[in-house]
Design a binder for this molecule. Structure first.
Ligand SMILES: Cc1cc2nc3c(=O)[nH]c(=O)nc-3n(C[C@H](O)[C@H](O)[C@H](O)COP(=O)(O)O)c2cc1C
Length: 205
C-alpha cells in the first residue's frame, strides 16, 4: 500500500494528466494504429522536434513500426473518445481498425485521422529494447494543426467515458499485463539480471 502511493507520487502520476494520442503506422500495404499516452516530446532543438513513444511488444502497431520505421502521432480531441475504445481496446492483428474511419495519408504513409487536433509525422531514428516495451525515438518530418478542438486528456476520458468502456479497458489492460510479464521475464533472463518484484500500482491511472 505504502509502495503503491510512493511510486505514484514519485513518478508524478498523481499530478500528470497526459494527452491521449492515436499512434498510427503502416508497413507495405498494411495500416494500423493504437492509443498511447506514454509519449514524450523533445523540443529543445526547436527545428528538430522529436518524440519518444513507448509501445508494448504485444501490440500489432509495435510489429508494423519495427518493420517500417515510421509512425505518426494524432492528438485526439474530446469529441473523438470513441476512437479510444476502437483503437485502444482491441488489436488490429485480425481486424482493420481504420475501416469506416476517415483518414488521409501522412508524408511517411501513416494514416492521419480526420478532425483530430493535429498530428506529427515521424521517422524512427533510434529504438531501445525495454523488455516489455520498445521505445521508438522519432524525428518529425512533418506536423500540422487541423482543428481548434480541445485535446483529450486521460482524466477527461476516465470521467466521461461510459462505464462499460472502463470495464473493458480494465480487462484488456490486465490481458496485456500478462503478456508483458512474459516479455519482461524473457528479457531479464537474456540480460542475466534478477527482476526484483515490488508491489506497486499496475498503471498510472
Ligand atoms: C488510454 C489508453 C492508453 C494507452 N497507452 C498505451 C501506451 O502508452 N503504450 C502502449 O503500448 N499501449 C497503450 N495502450 C494500449 C493499446 O492502445 C491497446 O493495447 C491496443 O489495442 C493495441 O492495438 P494493436 O494491437 O492493434 O496495436 C493504451 C490504451 C488506452 C485505452
Amino acid at each position: 500500500m505504502l509502495m503503491t502511493s510512493a511510486i505514484k507520487k514519485l513518478f508524478g502520476y498523481e499530478s500528470t494528466d497526459p494527452y491521449v494520442y492515436l499512434v498510427s503506422t503502416k508497413s507495405g500495404d498494411k495500416i494500423n494504429g493504437q492509443i498511447a499516452v506514454d509519449v514524450i516530446g523533445f523540443t529543445f532543438l526547436k527545428d528538430w522536434p522529436r518524440a519518444a513513444i513507448f509501445i508494448g511488444k504485444d501490440k500489432f502497431t509495435h510489429d508494423l513500426i519495427m518493420e517500417s520505421g515510421v509512425f505518426a502521432l494524432n492528438l485526439l480531441s474530446v469529441k473523438q473518445m470513441e476512437l479510444v475504445r476502437s483503437f485502444g481496446m482491441r488489436s488490429g492483428k485480425n481486424i482493420d481498425k481504420f475501416e469506416g474511419v476517415e483518414h488521409i495519408k501522412s508524408k511517411t504513409g501513416s494514416p492521419i485521422i480526420k478532425n483530430c487536433v493535429g498530428y506529427a509525422d515521424f521517422k524512427v531514428i533510434e529504438k531501445l529494447d525495454l523488455g516489455d516495451h520498445t521505445m521508438f525515438y522519432g524525428l518529425a518530418v512533418d506536423n500540422k494543426l487541423l482543428t481548434d478542438e480541445t485535446p483529450l486528456r486521460i482524466s477527461y476520458f476516465k470521467k466521461s467515458a461510459p462505464k462499460e468502456w472502463l470495464i473493458e479497458l480494465d480487462k484488456t489492460t490486465k490481458e496485456s499485463l500478462e503478456k508483458s510479464k512474459k516479455f519482461f521475464d524473457e528479457y531479464a533472463k537474456r540480460k542475466k539480471f534478477h527482476a526484483v518484484i515490488i508491489k506497486t500500482a499496475s498503471t498510472r491511472f
